[in-house]
Design a protein around this ligand. Structure first.
Ligand code: IMP
Length: 430
């Protein structure tokens, strides 16, 4: 029996999804990216060798897996071509196994300039974007003036459209933000090279998904960022510009909402966030430093240090229902090794009120004080433990409590960066 499974982050991204996707693709025909762009950074470690992917789906390290980029993804041709080159230098031929939807909006250098100019203009209210042009590219898509990848095929028409769009961006850059304009002719001059490199890889992703379904093949939908960065349901405006939740796998991949058999919500055993925005369980003292150091919490895309804190079950519970999460994958459990006591946020206090669910807005969330439940930590090493029974009793109690609080079973536990440092208690493809 074939299965379609969505794997996505339940927190603010950086949960370690790439590793899990890579692991689960063993029995898959295809892996699909459905939203975001090269703001994502998915780190894979196989036999000690590290690969960081930004746009190419995390199935690329398996020779038999087809990698698809659906039209919900915004594509920087320069970033994609660069990533393919890096993969090829590492001996991974991606071109033959990558199909990109011609409907993907294109990120131009003027989108990047606008993203960065907007952030500078926001000053202390900056969102802390990755500066990759993601927001402006989605804005243009929704405003129906964006360029789509398939348009590269007609260089003349595409050049006119790019020229017009970059001139509009330059108006904003110079008149609104007092920034330098982007070189229009330089943008236009890249089109033929982009067409030559990318056109051979374009194809009907939606049609392929239908064919996989008819052929009863397993397909994995790979989320980027995390549910709390969702444009509609996250901590707006401190969010990314796409829908990151499971519903977007259908619209952004190019299939229907009944296509999925399971949704694996990936959670880190604690919480991290890059960029600005409310983070009720953030830790600033020694425990936060322990998590940052042991968890090597630096952004895979920007290298920025990640903010660290205790696991927030209030936000995660909401994210589970927003995604219809059917199973959890807990990552980085080993980072908690050596802490004498652990805390999980089980509610908020705001003013005189106790809240079981988060407020609707970021300003409200910023006013919330976490209510913690404390659990004993463990001194034993859980890194690379590969059997549930071999985990310290306190670690199992911690996992049981997460499962209970979120109302979703723990299906997978990751205890280290390597593909093999994983316990699959229930395989979502079985
Ligand atoms: P943007 O997606 O570059 O517009 O950034 C918007 C917010 O999402 C910022 O807080 C970023 O730090 C965050 N963000 C974007 N991509 C990722 C990711 O892959 N992991 C974690 N945070 C991300």
């Amino acid at each position: 029996m074939s299965r379609s499974v969505v794997v996505l982050g339940i927190q603010w991204g950086d949960e370690g999804k790439g590793k899990v996707v890579d692991l689960l693709t063993e029995d898959c025909a295809a892996v699909v990216r459905f939203q975001g762009g090269h703001n994502a950074g998915h780190t894979l470690v196989i036999d000690g060798q590290k690969t960081v992917l930004h746009l190419v789906p995390s199935g690329i390290l398996r020779d038999s897996v087809q990698c698809l980029i659906g039209s919900g993804v915004v594509v920087s041709p320069d970033a994609l071509i660069g990533e393919l080159q890096t993969l090829e230098q590492a001996g991974i031929t991606a071109r033959d196994r990558l199909v990109i939807s011609p409907g993907c909006p294109v990120i131009l250098s003027s989108h990047i300039a606008l993203d960065q100019a907007r952030e500078r203009a926001r000053g202390s209210d900056a969102i802390g974007t990755t500066g990759r042009g993601i927001g402006p590219a989605y804005e243009d898509k929704v405003a129906r003036r964006g360029i789509r990848l398939g348009e590269l095929g007609n260089v003349d028409t595409c050049s006119e459209r790019v020229e017009e769009l970059v001139e509009y961006h330059n108006f904003l850059l110079t008149q609104r933000f007092g920034a330098e304009p982007v070189d229009v002719s330089e943008c236009v001059s890249r089109i033929p090279a982009w067409r030559d490199r990318l056109s051979p890889m374009m194809g009907d992703v939606s049609g392929m998904l239908e064919a996989y379904s008819n052929a009863k093949s397993n397909v994995l939908f790979e989320g980027a960022q995390g549910a709390l960065l969702d444009i509609d349901h996250g901590t707006y405006p401190f969010v990314t510009s796409s829908n990151t939740i499971a519903g977007a796998a259908a619209s952004g991949g190019g299939t229907g909402p009944l296509a999925f058999d399971a949704v694996i919500g990936v959670i880190k055993a604690y919480a991290t966030r890059v960029g600005a925005g409310p983070f009720p369980t953030e830790l600033h003292e020694t425990v936060g430093a322990h998590l940052a150091e042991r968890g090597n919490e630096f952004g895979a895309t920007t290298g920025r240090p990640r903010r660290c804190g205790w696991f927030d079950a209030v936000l995660a519970r909401r994210a589970c229902w927003l995604n219809s999460a059917s199973g959890l994958c807990v990552t980085k459990l080993d980072v908690l090794d050596g802490l004498s006591e652990l805390a999980i946020c089980v509610g908020y206090r705001r003013g005189g009120e106790v809240l079981d669910d988060p407020p609707w807005d970021s300003a409200g969330l910023a006013e919330c004080e976490p209510i913690y439940e404390y659990l004993p930590g463990w001194v034993e090493r859980t890194g690379s433990v590969r059997r549930l029974e071999a985990l310290p009793a306190a670690a199992r109690t911690y996992l049981d409590r997460l499962e209970e609080l979120l109302g979703v079973p723990v299906d997978i536990i990751s205890t280290g960066p390597d593909r093999d440092d994983t316990m699959v208690l229930r395989d979502p493809f079985q």
